[in-house]
Write a protein that binds this ligand. Structure first.
Ligand SMILES: *Cc1c(COP(=O)(O)O)cnc(C)c1O
Length: 351
C-alpha cells in the first residue's frame, strides 16, 4: 500500500535499511548520557542546519510531537496573552490547548479562501503570536511574505509557527519567527514519535525571563540538557537516528521544494483539464498548500474513490474534522515517488 495520507505517510525507501543499521550499530542500546548519543544528537542538528538552513544561532530540541510543542510554548514562552491566527482545525486545536494552560489565549480565525493581509492582525495587546504555516486540515498555507510582514510589524513579540506539514518539504526562512516546530511523520517520510522544536535566541531569552522549570519538558530544562547534547528524559533514539539518516540522504531544501512545486503543478494541471467528480477544496490558488492537497466532493464519491484507490494499493487521506465526509486529502510529501503520483492520478481519473 502506498500511503498518500498526510501523516503518517509513505516512508522514504531507505527507512527499512536504516532500521536494520540502527540495530546493528548498537545505538539503540546506548543510554542517552553516552558519547554515542551525544554525537548522534549533535550530528543530526548539524544536518538540520546544513540541509534546511536552520541558523547557527537557533537551538534545536527533540521532543515527542508537534502537540507537545504547543504545550511547551504555552508553558515556557507565552507570558500571559497569545494571539492565535488560524483558518482550520490544527490552528484551532493549538489555540484550545494553549487556552487550557494560559487563559489569556485569544482566537483570531480567518476565512480559508483569503490571502491574510498583515493589516488584518491586531496583536498589540498580546505578547505572543501563534501562526499555523501549513493548515493540514484544509490544505492552505500562509505566504512567506505574511510571515516577513508579521515579523516587521511585531519585532518584539514572540512569534511561533507550526510548520508540522511543511518543514522538510518547503523552504522556510527561520529569521521570520522565534519558534518553529514539526513532527517527522509528515515531510520527513519517517514513522511518528519525534517532534523537532527550533528556537531563536530571543525565544530562549523569553524563557529565561519567565523562568519556568516546573516540568520535565520545560524549555529551560530542555535547554540545560541541550548544552551537553542531551535530553531531559530518555528520548526516541531510534527516531533521531532515522532522522539523521534521512537528512544525510536528502537534497538541500531549495531542491526538495523545487521538486514538490513541480509535482504540485502536475496536480494543478490534472485538476484543470479533466471532468473529474471532485475539485480543489480551496478555490483560491494563492492560499493553497503545496504539500497537502484537499479535494472536495460528495460523501458518496469520497467513499467510492477510497474504495477504488484502495483496490489499486493507494491510500487516500481522510478529510479532517468537520471536513471529514466531504473531502479527502492527498499528501505531496518528498518521499512519494513520481510513478506513484502518476498511478494515483490514473486511478482517480478512471472514475
Ligand atoms: C500533524 C499536525 C500536528 C500534530 O502532530 P503530532 O505529531 O500528532 O503532534 C500539529 N499541527 C499540524 C499543522 C499538523 O499537520
Amino acid at each position: 500500500m502506498t500511503s498518500f495520507y498526510p501523516g503518517p505517510s509513505r516512508l522514504y525507501d531507505g527507512v527499512e535499511r536504516y532500521l536494520r543499521d540502527a540495530v546493528a550499530e548498537g545505538i539503540l542500546s546506548n543510554n542517552h548520557r553516552s558519547d554515542a548519543f551525544m554525537a548522534l544528537y549533535k550530528r543530526t542538528v548539524g544536518l538540520l542546519r546544513q540541509k534546511l538552513g536552520v541558523p547557527a544561532s537557533y537551538s534545536v530540541f527533540f521532543v515527542s510531537s508537534a502537540t507537545e510543542c504547543w504545550e511547551i510554548i504555552a508553558q515556557s514562552l507565552v507570558k500571559e496573552k497569545s494571539y492565535h491566527v488560524f483558518n482550520g482545525a490544527f490552528g484551532k486545536k493549538w489555540f484550545i490547548y494553549t487556552q487550557r494552560l494560559t487563559p489569556g489565549a485569544s482566537a483570531h480565525p480567518f476565512f480559508p479562501e483569503v490571502t491574510l493581509p498583515v493589516s488584518g492582525l491586531s496583536a498589540d495587546a498580546y505578547d505572543s503570536i501563534c501562526i499555523t504555516h501549513n493548515e493540514t486540515s484544509n490544505g492552505t498555507a500562509v505566504s512567506e511574505q505574511l510571515l516577513r510582514n508579521v515579523r516587521k510589524k511585531y519585532p518584539n513579540h514572540l512569534i511561533a509557527v507550526d510548520a508540522t506539514s511543511s518543514l522538510g518539504g518547503i523552504y522556510l526562512n527561520f529569521m521570520w519567527a522565534d519558534v518553529w516546530f514539526a513532527s517527522v511523520q509528515k515531510c520527513f517520510g519517517l514513522p511518528a514519535g519525534l517532534g523537532i522544536l527550533i528556537c531563536s535566541p530571543n525565544a530562549l531569552k523569553r524563557a529565561e525571563e519567565l523562568g519556568d522549570r516546573h516540568r520535565y519538558n520545560s524549555l529551560l530544562t530542555l535547554h540545560d540538557h541541550l548544552k551537553v547534547w542531551q535530553t531531559s528524559y530518555t528520548p526516541n533514539v531510534l527516531g533521531i537516528y532515522l532522522l539523521m539518516r534521512v537528512l544525510q540522504s536528502v537534497k538541500p531544501i531549495r531542491e526538495v521544494e523545487k521538486k514538490l512545486l513541480k509535482r504540485y503543478a502536475r496536480w494543478e494541471a490534472f485538476m484543470s483539464k479533466s471532468s473529474l467528480p471532485f475539485r480543489f477544496h480551496i478555490a483560491n490558488p494563492e492560499v493553497r498548500s503545496s504539500t497537502v492537497l484537499t479535494f472536495h466532493t460528495t460523501e458518496r464519491i469520497v467513499k467510492q474513490l477510497k474504495a477504488q484507490t484502495g483496490k489499486a494499493g493507494l491510500l487516500l487521506g481522510n478529510g479532517y474534522g468537520e471536513l471529514k465526509s466531504c473531502t479527502f486529502r492527498v499528501a505531496n510529501f518528498p518521499a512519494l515517488r513520481e510513478v506513484e503520483i502518476t498511478r494515483l492520478m490514473q486511478v482517480l481519473a478512471d472514475h
